[in-house]
Each structure stands twice: as structure tokens, then as C-alpha cells.
Design a protein around this ligand. Structure first.
Ligand code: ADP
Ligand code: MG
Length: 348
């Protein structure tokens, strides 16, 4: 059978790294993105620029590919569903519909008897006033948030007046967890009970943006096993195909909570490119294109640092050691708080 052509919706760094992994497997990629400067066009075989509701552009894209996947979860469900009627979209659009909505996502996780933070759905300001129990907390938009965008820390009810909150959006109010650590699990599911799972990754955020990741995570065995088990329950329940990330909180009493699910490859898994025989990106391409499943083997311990904003200029001129791997996302414009690249260091 000839190899499929893989369509990737979204053209950021995750799209780039998917395209690089596909290329290694001799799979051609076409990236579709609403940003004319999308960096993934530097790595894909073809690039189509268009809005995510531009039917003519979507048709052009769909006609050229065999399988469609995506690098971020905020693509309108209607767009994915329409495409799926013509060419298979993996992970399934129904998965994306649950996960792109923070309330549906948390309800789904709790139904599996998996612990999340405490949360309440907020439709109007007056509802907040009866929720003192959830303070101090974070008010998060139910859709379209990332890297802490659309989140408001609320210590007490007086804060509500000084914050410029747009109540035409829907929110959840989440109780703050007294964090000891954050970890993530990356799992690639191929089919029923067939998956490859990476060891837990320990993550440090600064200003709600991921800054550092490392393996091994310094956690006890019980948490290690429980996080892996919960991630597999989630992937099985969703009948997921491809790479999925589950973000966890560990509180000061060693309770484990699922924070959120990312139905895609994930920033914390960039170190898998250098630390494992098969990266999260290659595994995603293998799963969605129905290629061979290869058993994961760790090559080395590793740590990764995200290069944010104008720090990138330092790294562009840095002399690298043999165990350092620098990735420049080739974004046209440097902006503060923008992820511009990352550096992975192999540590064993
Ligand atoms: P995003 O979609 O922007 O990644 P998250 O819900 O994952 O949003 O929040 C980003 C980061 O903010 C988390 O990784 C964590 O560091 C912090 N955070 C979010 N929610 C909570 C919470 N309920 N308690 C403590 N820290 C939180
Ligand atoms: Mg997150």
C-alpha cells in the first residue's frame, strides 16, 4: 500500500515537529493554518493558508490529503466534523468537542472516578458571590484558553470588581490547589488496549506557561503508577487514536489530580525527541497513519527548557554541547510570552 498523505491543521511548533516526524517516516504532509506566517510551512511538503471556516480552502486541503490530524484543540468542532465525513480525522472530532470545553472535560474525567480540582460553572457574576468555598481560585474561560490566557486569579470577592472580566464569556471557577508538583503523562494509543506510554514528566510553570520539563520525575511509585493508570483509562474511554497528554497536579498531601487533557502532542513531551527511540510526534504519526507500533525504549534522562520571547536571540548564537539539542521554531516575530524554541539536554 502506498503511504498516505497526512493533513495537519495548525501550523505552530507542534505542527512543525509532526511534519518533521512524518518526513522521517516518508509520509508527506500538508499543513492548513489561518496564520500566513505559520512556522510549520518550513517543514511540511505543502502549506495552505486559510481561515478555519473558509469552505473553499478546507475543500482544497481535504481533497489533497488522505488522513487529517490537528496540532491544537481549538478548531471549531463543525469544521472537524465536516472534514471527517470526507476523510478520516484522528483523533475523532467528538474527542475534541469534549476536551476543548473545560466543563465537559472535567465532567468527563470525574465520571471515570478520576479526581480533578473542585470547580463550578459560572454563567453570570452573581453566581460567583455564592462560591466563597472555591476561593482562592482561578476563573478560567471554558473555551479557547492556553498558556494561562483567559484565566483570572481570584483571592476574594472584592477582587471581582477590580478585574475586568467579560461576563459574556462562560467560565469555571476552580479552587486553587496547594501545589507540590506538576507532572504530565504522554500516551499514544493505537487501538483497543494497544498503546505506548512514556514515563511521567515533571513540569515547572512560570506565569502559567511551561518553563522546564524533566525525566525522571521525582515522585513516589504510587503516584507514578496512578498517573499512568489514569492516563490509560482516559485514552481507552475516549477510544483515542494518536498521542494524548494528561496534565496532573500533586498537592502538598500527595493527592493526585488531573488538571487537563490535551488531545494532541504536548510541549512537555518535546524531550521525547532525544530521550526515547520513538518521539511523541513519531508515535502520533504512526498511530493516525496506522503504521507499525514500536515498543518504547528510553535512551537517556533528559531536561528541557522552553525559550520564551527575546531569550531566543541568546540561544541562536549559543555554542551547543554534544548533549544539547536546540530547536528554533522559526517564528517570524519575537513576542514576549511567546514560545520561540526549546533546548533539550540529555542528562545521563
Ligand atoms: P492552560 O490551558 O492555559 O494550560 P491550565 O489550566 O493548565 O491552563 O493552567 C496553567 C497552569 O496554571 C497550570 O499548569 C498550573 O501551573 C496553574 N494552575 C491552573 N489551575 C490551577 C489550580 N486550580 N491550582 C493551582 N494551580 C493552577
Ligand atoms: Mg495546561
Amino acid at each position: 500500500m502506498s503511504k498516505p498523505i497526512l493533513g495537519i491543521i495548525g501550523g505552530g511548533q507542534l505542527g512543525s515537529m509532526l511534519a518533521i516526524a512524518a518526513n522521517k517516516l516518508e509520509i508527506k504532509t500538508i499543513v492548513f493554518c489561518d496564520d500566513v506566517d505559520a512556522p510549520a510551512q518550513n517543514f511540511s511538503n505543502e502549506f495552505i493558508y486559510g481561515q478555519y471556516n473558509d469552505q473553499a480552502k478546507i475543500n482544497e486541503f481535504v481533497n489533497k490529503v488522505d488522513i487529517v490530524t490537528y496540532e491544537f484543540e481549538n478548531i471549531p468542532y463543525e469544521t472537524l466534523d465536516k472534514i471527517n465525513k470526507i476523510k478520516p480525522v484522528l483523533p475523532k472530532p467528538s474527542v475534541n468537542r469534549i476536551i476543548q470545553h473545560r466543563l465537559a472535560e472535567k465532567d468527563f474525567i470525574n465520571k471515570l472516578n478520576i479526581r480533578t480540582t473542585r470547580y463550578a460553572y459560572i454563567e453570570k457574576k452573581s453566581e460567583l458571590e455564592s462560591l466563597k468555598d472555591f476561593l482562592p481560585g482561578l476563573l478560567k474561560t471554558v473555551t479557547l484558553g492556553y498558556d494561562g490566557k483567559g484565566q483570572y486569579p481570584i483571592k476574594n470577592l472584592e477582587d471581582l470588581d477590580s478585574l475586568n472580566i467579560d461576563y459574556s464569556n462562560r467560565y469555571i471557577l476552580e479552587k486553587l490547589v496547594n501545589l507540590k508538583k506538576e507532572i504530565s503523562i504522554i500516551i499514544t494509543r493505537f487501538n483497543d488496549k494497544k498503546y505506548e506510554i512514556y514515563e511521567p514528566i515533571e513540569n515547572v510553570h512560570e506565569d502559567q506557561i511551561l518553563k522546564h520539563s524533566k525525566i525522571p520525575a521525582e515522585i513516589d511509585n504510587k503516584i507514578l503508577e496512578q498517573s499512568k493508570l489514569w492516563a490509560t483509562y482516559i485514552a481507552e474511554e475516549l477510544k483515542y487514536v494518536g498521542t494524548l497528554c494528561v496534565e496532573f497536579f500533586i498537592d502538598k498531601n500527595d493527592n493526585l489530580y488531573v488538571n487537563e487533557i490535551a488531545p494532541r502532542v504536548h510541549n512537555s513531551g518535546h524531550l521525547t525527541i532525544n530521550a526515547y527511540n520513538v518521539s511523541q510526534f513519531e508515535n502520533h504519526v504512526r498511530a493516525v497513519c496506522q503504521l507499525e507500533q514500536i515498543s518504547l525504549k528510553k535512551i537517556s534522562d533528559a531536561k528541557m527548557v522552553n525559550i520564551i520571547g527575546d531569550q531566543i536571540t541568546i540561544y541562536r548564537n549559543k555554542k551547543l554541547k554534544d548533549n544539547e539539542f536546540f530547536f528554533d521554531y522559526l517564528k517570524k516575530e519575537i513576542k514576549s510570552k511567546r514560545k520561540m524554541g526549546h533546548l533539550t539536554t540529555l542528562t545521563s
